[in-house]
Ligand binder design. Structure first.
Ligand code: GLA
Length: 382
């Protein structure tokens, strides 16, 4: 737990709004495997991590709500009678979104003040947005006794993202951030929204994240486009979601699709399958096999689903070339952020050094190496 950050958030709240508040910790997430399968009602394998968003939240004495982004040193005021997305509102829309979606459910949210800050590496694709949404939903629920279940809260968070941020995301990030458990990853069935917990201990190996420190493209547009292609193919197949399709099914409609769209749908069907095989390899303790699945998944995202970029591809090539790395792939929505790597413990330092030097020499910028602990989901801090 980042005690320094907690103290800073507490102090800021006290200074601005007084002594009555609750503290919430809401983690970011990694994903072992299963990208862009969640909104196809398929399977994903995320885990909450020991980095995320810390929030102090308390009742407001006036009609006005105040929200403070501690890291950015920004503050904004709003009232609860007109909760609408702000164009280019950035972090404000996550807060407004949660409030707005609660109101749409017929829940009356009284005025509140909030201060939040985070220790998730910037733009790393570790879902600081879901962490923030969950922290607001969870904080408001505790503060005002709204009586929501955790499951209802994550659906509110997800809708906030759809309607106020403009990304038609799946449920993976919000679910992992809310329901994570220490030292466990969760195999999540995004149709039933139920998870099976897997203790993660890769013995001689460890998970290493490498942040490319780049973010390309209009990620929201690219993301929503991918989702639309998936929905279109499912419609052609007359199935509710690509979760319900097989490779044989896809062949039947191949002639009605562009090669690009066919490959995208094929990736989703194959990735979904890989998640289940990955779970089996964890049960069998077969780290080499896990690594192979990561590499296959990356291939799929690079060439079929087309959400990778030169920097991420380079990092995965580096992993392939190093004898102590079992495998690696890009992680998250795409076009930047981190790769996730399974690296031999006795080679962590050596690999980190090699990859950072080579990356700098090739792209002229630094990548950064992070290690994370798998941690508890959104909770109150005493
Ligand atoms: C983003 C979305 C998730 C998921 C991933 C890709 O993180 O928020 O719902 O679709 O991308 O797997």
């Amino acid at each position: 737990m980042n005690t320094e950050l907690i103290t800073a958030i507490q102090d800021t709240f006290k200074e601005k709004f007084g002594d009555n508040y609750l503290m919430v910790s809401s983690p970011g997430r990694i994903n072992l495997i299963g990208e862009h399968t969640d909104y196809n009602e398929g399977f994903v394998f995320p885990a909450a991590i020991d980095k995320g968003i810390i929030t102090a939240i308390g009742k407001s004495d006036s009609e006005t709500c105040s929200a403070v982004a501690y890291d950015l040193k920004e503050q904004f005021e709003f009232t609860l009678d007109e909760v609408e997305a702000i164009p280019k509102g950035n972090w404000r829309n996550y807060i407004l979104g949660v409030v707005g979606e609660l109101q749409k459910k017929g829940i009356e949210v009284p005025p509140f003040n909030v201060v939040f800050g985070g220790d998730v590496p910037n733009g790393a694709g570790l879902s600081s947005s879901a962490a923030l949404e969950n922290s607001i939903a969870f904080g408001l629920n505790e503060l005002f006794g709204l009586g929501l279940t955790k499951h209802e809260m994550i659906l509110v968070s997800q809708k906030a993202e759809h309607n106020y941020v403009g990304v038609r995301c799946g449920i993976m990030d919000q679910f992992a951030s809310m329901f994570g458990e220490e030292n466990q990853a969760l195999l999540l069935d995004c149709r039933t929204q139920t998870a099976t917990f897997y203790p993660i201990d890769f013995k001689d190996y460890e998970l290493m994240l490498i942040n490319s420190n780049v973010s390309h493209n209009l990620v929201e547009n690219e993301y929503n486009d991918r989702r639309q292609v998936c929905e279109h193919v499912a419609q052609l197949l007359d199935v509710p979601f690509l979760r319900d399709a097989t490779e044989e099914d896809l062949l039947k409609v191949k002639s009605q699709l562009s090669e690009a769209d066919y490959q995208k749908a094929l990736y989703v069907v194959q990735e979904n399958d890989r998640v289940m095989k990955f779970a089996k390899a964890i049960e069998d303790n077969d780290v080499e096999q896990l690594g192979t699945f990561l590499l296959e998944a990356h291939q799929g995202m690079q060439h079929q689903f087309k959400i990778s970029c030169d920097e991420l591809d380079f990092l995965v090539e580096q992993a392939k070339a190093h004898p102590s790395v079992a495998g690696a792939r890009m992680m998250g929505g795409g076009f930047g952020g981190c790769t996730i790597n399974i690296v031999k413990k006795d080679a962590l330092e050596d690999y980190a050094k090699t990859v950072t030097e080579n990356y700098k020499n090739t792209f002229g910028i630094d990548c950064s190496v992070h290690f994370v602990k798998l941690s508890q989901g959104t909770h109150l801090i005493n």
